[in-house]
Design a protein around this ligand. Sequence first.
Ligand code: BEZ
Length: 211
Amino acid sequence: MATLRLGDTAPNFTADTTDGEIDFHEWKKDSWAVLFSHPADFTPVCTTELGRTAALKSGFEARNTKVIAVSVDPIEDHRSWAPDIKEVTGTELNFPIIADPDRKVAELYDMIHPGEGDTSTVRSVFVVGPDNLIKLILVYPKSTGRNFDEILRVIDSLQLTAHHSVATPADWTKGERVIASPGMSTAEAGERFANLQEVKPYLRWVDDPTA
Ligand code: BEZ
């Protein structure tokens, strides 16, 4: 297993999921995708995470983003855990969970970190673009649940910066001012973007070109 880095092609795989067998690249087609692992079914943090992801369905859809979870538990466990997610979080599971008992996906994506205790997956997140390239990698320990609003926020930044020569500052959210790409001259940035403010030669605020 080679180390996966940003800009690499997300490795393809076939897998059994709660929505049937999939080929990952076929399943996502030309959408964005979030592939995220959780340690185990019937565990408290994972239950809250999958419920929260289900509750954000319209947010992911608005961003043309498909979501898929993975753990090393078998398909029967995923199926019998799903009602708990609805009962505990109030939202029905509405995206597939990959059953990966042979650890094929987990190993392909380096989701098992032996220093984290056992042979279950840590909390990895891969955001994959329409071109099947990896755009974001996050890795959280088992004891810390993720912030799924942050994942939507990063997708907003990835989708904006994929099409416009801008970068997004700390804590940016969609619609706020952005930063002209460092490689662009201030004169060009002033022509291309509205309301340029040069704070430093390397820090030029401009309006979000999509706002
Ligand atoms: C949990 O999802 O609650 C969890 C799973 C593994 C280790 C710690 C917490």
